[in-house]
Structures are given as C-alpha cells and as structure tokens.
Design a protein around this ligand. Sequence first.
Ligand SMILES: [Zn+2]
Length: 248
Amino acid sequence: MATARFRFYAGLGDFLPPARRQRDFDVACVRDASVKHMIEALGVPHTEVELILIDGAPAGFERPLRDGERVAVYPHFTALDLAPLPALREAPPAPLRFVADAHLGGLARRLRMAGFDTLYRNDYPDDEVAAIARRDGRVVLTRDRELLKRRDVIHGAYLRALRPADQLRELVVRFGLAPSFRPFSRCMACNGLLRAVDKAAVADRLPPSVRARHTRFTACDACGRVYWAGSHWRRMCAAIAGVVAGAQ
Ligand SMILES: [Zn+2]
C-alpha cells in the first residue's frame, strides 16, 4: 500500500470535505492506482483539473502513484498561461460548443441567447449527454459531479452557482467567452440559427401590437419562431451586457 500526500488548490477545494481544503493530507492509495483514479476517488471530477504536479514535475492523468509522493492538483487559472507545460487533455474544438444536462435549462437558454451552440433537453439521460459530447466535441455542463467523472466525458464544467445568470458568468470567466458573444444569432428555444426576415414574410405570425410598432425581425431556421427587438429583447440584451461586464 502506497501513501501519497495530496493538496488541492483554489476552487478544487469545493469538492472536498472542509477538513481537507487548502491543506496537505495523506491518502492510502491502491497499488499502482493512477493519479486520476485517486483524484476522482477523493471527490474531484477530472474535467475540473488543469494541472497536476507530482513532486514538482507535471504529470498526466494515467501516471501511477508511488509511496511518499506529493501530489499538487490545480484547476483552470485564467491568469496563468500553462502553454509551456504538457496539457492534460486536448483543447476542445473551436468555437466552443456545449451540451447542458437536464437540470440546466435556464443556463442553456442564456448561452443560446448569447450566441453559443448549446444542446439541451429536459429529459436528457446522462448517457445521451455523454454520447453527444463525445460525438460533437462539446463541453458537458452539469452540477452532477458523477457525470463529469465518466471516462467518456473529456471536456466538462461543473457549475457551482444555482442561478442561471451566475452560471453563465462562471462559464464566461472559465472559458474566456466574452469576445465570442453574438447575441441573438441563435434561437433560445431550439438552438437553431436566426436570420433576418422581411416583415411581410412573418406578418401573419405577429401580434397586432408588434406588427404596428416594429420593423426588424429575425426568424429561426429550425423552428420558425420570430424574434423582434421588444422590451423583452432589450432586457435580455442588458442582462447579457451585465454578465460580460461582471465577468471582466
Ligand atoms: Zn428555433
């Protein structure tokens, strides 16, 4: 039986019991257990780990642990360029695309509102979320850490916040999304792309008051929903601007 000394830095402590946060602690490891296996057994999903140092040297997930080694585990740091170090995983394909689990409908709508390709259904089973992520190279969004521990989930993000606006802010910070915002390019309801349409083409789908007051419209290529710059639209614009400003 090997004993290794672990320390988890910054936000990774959120996954640990309070007595293990921001301090070293010894763990008995199964013989030849990989460092990834031990990190996840301690409660931290692999998707949340960006850098592992074993006795000060960068290590990959599959590195077996030996008796007496010191393991330092770090999350993503926005202020630190890790490019000179070997990456734990390949970067997700650009532009970033997401798949949100069945509990994150509010976040999915806001991501779409900001223009990010985000798949979501309120009845997605975990297996389907993982399969979609693997098929498309999408980032799994969830508050279920067990989903993020799955071997077939490569890219993921655990959302700490409960409110969708705060969850969006977390993602903006973690993935540096602010420059990629394209508000109202995507349908909030179905993730389809929006395109400008002539008023005449959609007039029969508009409430009379909207038909009287507005001249510019977009429609969803996939579901046909029509959008216009009404008060709801303006409130959403302000909310998005607030998220970007608050995340910088
Ligand atoms: Zn649509």
